[in-house]
Design a binder for this molecule. Sequence first.
Ligand SMILES: Nc1ncnc2c1ncn2[C@@H]1O[C@H](COP(=O)(O)OP(=O)(O)OP(=O)(O)O)[C@@H](O)[C@H]1O
Ligand SMILES: [Mg+2]
Length: 308
Amino acid sequence: MIDSPAFSPNEGSGPGVSRETPQAPAPTAALDVSRETSPTPASSIIIAVINQKGGVGKTTSAVNLSASLALKGYRALLLDLDPQGNAATSLGIDRYAEGIATSHDLLLSPQDHPQPVSLGTNKPDLYPGSVSLIRADIDLLALGERRDFVLRDALASLAPAEPYDFIIIDSPPSLGILTLNILIASHHVLIPIQCEYLALEGLTMLLETLEEIRRAHNPALSVLGCLITMSDLRTNLSQQVVADVRTHLGERVFNTMIPRTVRLSECPSHGQSIFDYDRWGAGARSYDALTREILTRLGLPEKKRSAS
Ligand SMILES: Nc1ncnc2c1ncn2[C@@H]1O[C@H](COP(=O)(O)OP(=O)(O)OP(=O)(O)O)[C@@H](O)[C@H]1O
Ligand SMILES: [Mg+2]
């Protein structure tokens, strides 16, 4: 069942990506614009991949979007704030290895300047998730009034040698204090929607939560787009779900859909992004198309122009 008819594409006041977004300022100016409206002083564009529903493709999308941005020359940081730590595992990083700083360290001990894992040239940097994030809500609660702004302040304290163009946050499947921190620290959300029966269930609550946060704490927050994942257009069910999602969410839905492919489900177990595992397959091509669509929505060039 679709839980609300409230997702009209013409809805002006909702938390949706605005109609103006595709005509955003000139490419190089866009990063500056985001700095002006940024919840943090950093110049990075912060995108949270979020949906409180489990298993919808958040981690797969965060991993492959950050990998794709890095391949296009953008400096990208992947911040895994899910205690399951799947993003790190998906990229072949042992988050328990000695000396590895985790996103928990960044969140709660930014004064120690924990350094992210460098995955190499044209690859994102990474703060892996950690099991200690299971009690992050309790740890954050103990911080009193600051509790909702801890991530925003931690990201503002980041001082990489070369600033990140993008920070991509992989979120847990819940709407607790940690997720609230993510939404207050971010400029945009990307909402993966699994192409299945009841695909839109729970989305009303998520969009209402985004709207509340936008009003109360973070006016810069916008829905960059909703991403249909794991589609299989050979089936009637998939076609019907895609039609429903597009009817109810309109322009918020990316044109790009991520198909269900065996390669995308295999690559985490090989510790590789889809671009390393199956560069020319349907999965890589779809995440490449998504990245190009996002860059267009943000008014940024398909390849980062060099500073000179
Ligand atoms: N397009 C796809 N084709 C095939 N399998 C996929 C695809 N996208 C994701 N999967 C698989 O579906 C499962 C769930 O995906 P993923 O871990 O990205 O979801 P999630 O929203 O991050 O889950 P959680 O809420 O538990 O964090 C994983 O096993 C993943 O490999
Ligand atoms: Mg996940």
